[in-house]
Every structure is written in structure tokens, then in C-alpha cells.
Design a protein around this ligand. Structure first.
Ligand SMILES: [Zn+2]
Ligand SMILES: [Zn+2]
Length: 251
């Protein structure tokens, strides 16, 4: 019997293979941060849309001030441009949101980076009040809120996890103790942004969220009982990527 490539069975297998290729790849314990905002100068300003309310207002100002002790990027608080319930990305900026996002999926904080060829085009941060401002919840403390906001904002400027006293440490212990960035984070920022790009993705003239996909759902299989954080990468049809950092609550 001669096996021909065009055999219906082979074609069927090929079709199945194309369909079941996973769109989301979990890379828990992600490696070096090789994504960053594109800009033509080493020092730059980045707009941070304020979509927060309640006790997050003061904390956002304080946390931005903590980060702004670095010499590379100045985080500039501006009016928010999204509905905090949805927290949709806006080109060229970071949008920070809070809300009662529920305890169903179990996350404290969520950061999404929208990337095009390694350059961040937009970022969103969501703080989950269902833990961080919920009655009789161990995460309902000023320190846990401050850590989580500091941590997620660090991701939006391209920083990865560290094992230091910094808020970029992602251990459970750090949630209650590591409340600020440290000088080493600032050195890392300097290193990431030392080079100059020939294009810019920061505060571009376009301020629509058009072209970005709807908020992607969280991959259920990435929920691990011991992990304090999961990082997933989703590749879109046009080659762009969405990186999601999920900080889990442990109960
Ligand atoms: Zn670059
Ligand atoms: Zn993280």
C-alpha cells in the first residue's frame, strides 16, 4: 500500500493538530525580563491612568512616589481612561484599577502587558478588593495593599521577580513585609532602558484601545496551590503577545 500525503486521515490529523495547539503557555518562574517600553531616550515619562477609588487613591500617589525615586522612568499620574470593572488597555499608558473582582479565581493582583515584538504597548493593573479590602481577610492590610500595588506597577515598567527586600520579591512573606522598591530595582531599570529604540510606544498620539483583544480569561490549569504567582504568555493571531502576571491569594 502506498501512503500518500494527501490521505484524508493525515489531513484530519493535521487539522486536529492546528486546532489543539495551546494559545496559552504557562511559564511559571519566568526568566529575564526582555520586554520594555519603546522610547528614543534613556529617560522617559510614562502616564499612569488613575481608575482607583477608596483607600487606593492615597496609596497610588505614595507608591508612584516610591517608584519615582529612580532616575530612568517617571510615572506620571493622569485621569484614568477605562471602566475599572473591565480595566481595558489604552495604548501608550498604564491603567490602574481596583474592584471587587471576586474570589472565584483567587487572585490578589493582576498585571497584563500587551506586547508587540518585545515592546510594551499598553499595561493594566488590577487590585482585587475581594481580598485586599474584604472584612476579616488576612490580605486586608495597608501593607498587603502597598506591596501588591508596588509589585504590579514594577511589572508594568518591565521588572521581573527578585529575591531581595524589594516589593518585586514574590514570596508570600514579601506581601506583608516588602513594601517598596529598592536601589537594585532602580539599577535594573537603568540597565533595561539604557539602549535607545528608533520608535516609541509611550504615550503615543493614539489613545484608543482598539485593536487590543478583549480581556483574556485566566487559564484554569495554571492555578497552583503553592505558587504565589503565575505568569502566562498568550500569542495573538497577529503575532502580538499578552503577558499576564497573576498574584494568588493563599487561604
Ligand atoms: Zn527596545
Ligand atoms: Zn509578580
Amino acid at each position: 500500500m502506498i501512503r500518500r500525503f494527501g490521505h484524508p486521515f493525515v489531513l484530519a490529523l493535521l487539522a486536529i493538530a492546528l486546532v489543539v495547539v495551546p494559545a496559552t503557555v504557562s511559564i511559571a518562574g519566568t526568566s529575564a525580563a526582555n520586554y520594555h517600553w519603546a522610547r528614543t531616550q534613556s529617560r522617559f515619562r510614562l502616564e499612569v491612568g488613575d481608575n482607583v477609588s477608596g483607600n487606593w487613591d492615597r496609596l497610588l500617589r505614595r507608591t508612584l512616589a516610591d517608584w519615582n525615586k529612580n532616575d530612568t522612568v517617571t510615572l506620571n499620574k493622569v485621569s484614568g481612561r477605562t471602566d475599572p470593572k473591565k480595566c481595558r488597555p489604552v495604548t501608550g499608558r498604564v491603567e490602574v484599577c481596583n474592584g471587587n473582582y471576586g474570589t472565584g479565581t483567587g487572585w490578589l493582583g493582576l498585571t497584563r502587558l500587551y506586547l508587540d515584538r518585545g515592546h510594551i504597548e499598553a499595561a493594566t493593573v488590577q487590585m482585587n478588593d475581594s481580598y485586599l479590602n474584604a472584612r476579616r481577610n488576612k490580605y486586608n492590610t495597608k501593607d498587603a495593599r502597598r506591596h501588591t500595588l508596588c509589585h504590579e506597577l514594577g511589572h508594568t515598567i518591565g521588572l521581573d521577580h527578585v529575591d531581595t527586600r524589594s516589593c518585586m520579591d514574590n514570596s508570600e512573606d514579601a506581601i506583608f513585609n516588602n513594601l517598596k522598591p529598592i536601589h537594585r530595582d532602580f539599577r535594573e531599570l537603568k540597565r533595561i532602558y539604557e539602549h535607545r529604540d528608533d520608535e516609541t510606544s509611550v504615550s503615543s498620539a493614539s489613545v484608543t484601545s482598539e485593536g487590543f483583544p478583549a480581556s483574556t480569561s485566566l487559564p484554569a490549569e495554571s492555578i497552583g496551590p503553592d505558587a504565589t504567582e503565575t505568569v502566562t504568555v498568550q500569542t495573538l493571531d497577529d503575532g502580538r503577545e499578552v503577558i499576564t502576571f497573576i498574584t494568588w491569594a493563599k487561604d
